[in-house]
Design a protein around this ligand. Structure first.
Ligand SMILES: [Zn+2]
Length: 304
């Protein structure tokens, strides 16, 4: 059966239809309309109807979005597309379309995509990490997403950076979640870039900072080394807890090749093991992993 995956973002909704050979046969992006929940729902339904006409065959439906479904109420929470919060989108779509719809957090979809047929396809336990605008994560064991009573499995980005002390790399960093010095404030693309630019009064991109570090610029190199060390400390806490076979990195900052050279060495200093055998690899599907993972959600549920 064909699989429709939808990736809901703050500005765009991406849809792909994937066939039985895991080949994308339809792909399109539309603007996210979010003046009200009703407008969002109508826009999404008309997009799905358009896709039905285009592919002219039945498909399953999975949706990834930047939030979570409250396991007790079925309603969306923690979503930065605010009009969705408090609504049972899964139910409303299922009624309107007369078919089951599956929804998960977008970082979970990323992890599922890489575990199903991406960089972690051969591994039992996959920890997927997005280091982009924010810092998300998801855990897949035996090709099943781990989910718990709070719907926050893998949300390590809002742990306080392990080993943080006030003397390292500037001042305390308040986070939108209400705490300070979260992992996200150090290792997301936004955190990495803002910390450097705020300290030095410049406006470089993450790629420019890393390129400067590779050329030996002392400020950039110091910042990059601190980033690697902070990343290693935060990943070591994950490895010590769930011991994943592979950690797959996605998001804009994951494109920095030097991370795959330097991070494993740094992680091994903090893990509770003489040797750290955990693989750290780049995502196979890059920016497409979220929408591909969404398309896998129905298959994951039917396999349970
Ligand atoms: Zn936070």
């Amino acid at each position: 059966m064909l699989r429709l995956g939808l990736d809901v973002g703050g500005t765009k909704v991406e849809g792909v239809v994937v066939n039985e050979m895991n080949k994308v046969i339809f792909q399109k992006r539309i603007p996210t309309l979010k003046a009200s929940y009703g407008e969002f729902l109508d826009n999404l339904l008309s997009f799905i109807m358009e896709i039905k006409v285009a592919v002219n065959a039945p498909f399953s439906i999975g949706i990834g979005l930047p939030g979570a479904i409250d396991p007790t109420t079925g309603k969306i929470k923690n979503c930065n597309c605010l009009v969705l919060n408090g609504h049972d989108l899964k139910h409303d779509l299922a009624v309107a379309l007369d078919q089951a719809v599956f929804i998960a957090n977008d970082a979970d979809c990323f992890a599922l995509s890489e575990a199903m047929d991406g960089a972690g396809a051969e591994e039992k336990t996959v920890f997927g990490v997005i280091i982009g605008t924010g810092c998300g994560g998801g855990v897949v064991v035996n090709k099943q997403l781990l989910s718990g009573p709070n719907a926050i499995a893998g949300e390590w980005g809002h742990n306080t950076l392990p080993g943080y002390h006030a003397s390292e790399d500037g001042v305390s960093q308040p986070c939108y979640c209400g705490k300070s010095n979260c992992v996200e404030k150090f290792i997301s693309g936004t955190g990495f870039t803002e910390r450097f630019n705020n300290r030095l009064g410049c406006s470089l991109t993450a790629a420019e900072i890393i390129a400067a570090a590779e050329l030996g610029d002392s400020e950039a190199l110091g910042h990059y080394r601190h980033f690697i060390d902070a990343f290693a400390r935060s990943l070591a806490s994950v490895i010590n807890t769930i011991d994943p076979h592979v950690i797959v990195l996605g998001g804009g900052l994951s494109n920095a090749e030097s991370i795959y050279r330097d991070l494993p060495v740094a992680v091994s200093r903090y893990v509770f093991s003489e040797h750290c055998c955990t693989k750290i690899v780049k995502a196979a599907y890059g920016d497409s992993s979220g929408v591909r993972g969404a398309s896998w959600l129905p298959a994951m549920h039917s396999a349970k």
